[in-house]
Design a protein around this ligand. Structure first.
Ligand SMILES: [Zn+2]
Length: 333
């Protein structure tokens, strides 16, 4: 619990950290457009945005090694070939028959391996923003939320798990002991669950589509089936129960330990929104009003208990994704 909690949310964003996937030939509707629209929205309201954080600390390989395996980091910092293979697999750019998937190298201005440094800048945003939440109570990073990245590799557009990297970094610095990760993205926070399994200092809640990616391949022995501490699957057509189940889930999280955490990291994917345009998020369709209720439920639950809270954006695809975040900001700022 944070004694200096003052309820003024600090928003972090630096345009240098935008991934800019189309410039690498990657055609995923994970546009930076939603972020720029939110920035425009905040600018119109003269809401301050913190952008001078990138040089305020170093992100080292040690910080990544608290989360990801040595083999994986050797690949990430390896030869050009190693890196390109890793990026292609993380962003699902090559089909099993060798053809390209959502990838047009001819349109690329940059080589795939240059994307690694962009991802590292993204991770710094999550870290800087979370550190600030421990001082002032609330923060939001306009980026991040790579919850599918696992100990052994990148998956589902997520190269490195910024959420767990940040949690372990804050613990290493002695700034936080206990941390909650509350993941309301449409897809299960499988990387986060795998990385924190057996670590009671980081408690996880994930509410997500019960079926579909990543739960549609392999047996239950696969690492993406590892359960979060509080795991809530929502079946297609059961959206009416979503808010009630989320509320019950938050209370279950609270009951796991005697103490409240020092920080909650909210992985606020907007892809459960009915107007989201990624086919693989189509099994969960919440209205704009339900999305706002979702976000206020989490926000107020934490605020009422004076738990410091920091947000990352995670999934949200297509031209309407920004609406969910702007609705949230319009209600809390
Ligand atoms: Zn998602």
């Amino acid at each position: 619990m944070n004694s200096s909690y003052n309820g003024q949310m600090k928003v972090f964003f630096n345009p240098d950290a935008l991934l800019g996937l189309p410039a690498y030939g990657i055609q995923i509707p994970m546009t930076d457009g939603r972020i720029l629209k939110i920035v425009e929205y905040l600018n119109q309201r003269n809401y301050p945005i913190i952008s001078n954080y990138l040089s305020s600390f170093e992100l080292s390989r040690h910080d990544l090694a608290r989360v990801h395996s040595e083999d994986y980091l050797n690949q990430l910092f390896g030869t050009k070939e190693d890196i390109i293979k890793m990026v292609a697999s993380t962003f699902e750019l090559i089909n099993s028959d060798g053809t390209y998937n959502r990838y047009t190298p001819k349109t690329a201005s940059y080589s795939l391996e240059e994307l690694v440094s962009k991802v590292l800048l993204q991770i710094k945003g999550t870290m800087a923003s979370a550190r600030e939440a421990l001082i002032s109570g609330e923060s939001y990073y306009l980026g991040g939320g790579y919850h599918h990245a696992m100990s052994f590799g990148g998956r589902g557009f997520c190269m490195l798990n910024d959420v767990v990297i940040t949690a372990r970094w804050l613990q290493h610095l002695g700034l936080a002991r206990k941390i909650w990760i509350i993941d309301v993205d449409a897809h299960k926070g499988d990387g986060t669950a795998e990385l924190t399994f057996g670590d009671d200092s980081i408690r996880t809640l994930s509410i997500h589509m019960e079926k579909g990616w990543p739960l549609d391949s392999g047996t239950s022995q696969e690492p993406w089936f590892i359960s979060s501490d509080v795991e809530i699957g929502i079946a297609a057509g059961e959206e009416n129960f979503y808010l009630k189940k989320l509320e019950e889930g938050l209370h279950s999280l609270k009951k796991l330990d005697q103490e409240y955490p020092d920080l909650a990291i909210v992985v606020q994917g907007s892809d459960p929104y009915e107007k989201d345009q990624l086919p693989s998020s189509g099994l969960l369709k919440l209205s704009k009003e339900e999305m706002l209720q979702r976000d206020l439920l989490v926000y107020n639950f934490l605020k009422e208990r004076k738990i410091s809270q920091t947000y990352v954006m995670a999934g949200g695809y297509g031209e309407f994704a920004y609406e969910v975040y702007c609705e949230f900001f319009s209600n809390i700022l």
